[in-house]
Write a protein that binds this ligand. Sequence first.
Ligand code: CO
Length: 151
Amino acid sequence: MAIRNIIQIGDETLRKKSFEVTDFGPKTHALLDDMKQTLKKAQGAGLAAPQVGVLRRIFIVDTEDGYFECINPQIISSSGKQNGDEGCLSVKGKYGKVERPMRVKVKAFDRYGQPYIVKAEGFLARAFCHENDHLDGILYIDKASQVMEEK
Ligand code: CO
């Protein structure tokens, strides 16, 4: 396992659309393990593969509601609204107010290629939406009503 470099805004990789994953083997597992370690060190809530320079449809989320590895994820339904502060490990020193759905249902594949569905609410739903956007080159600052400097 290794800590990977988290690329920062300005790098065009963050703006690209990621590709579907077809490999559920050791290379993808190594990437996921590295991402987990990288996220832990950065003390974030989520990390998407393009943030470590890999244009594959993979993200991980780690919150008090659990740890999730999502491959080829799709938000299959959403409801409600929430407005709250959001930050991103690729946009250091800033945070912004972003409106997100209150609840989402996500379909994804695990690292072994098994499909699963996870229902999320509140902060976890926000995290899933934020990370999923990364796979399409979208950053929270594109959606934020306000972006502020961290004190
Ligand atoms: Co982010």
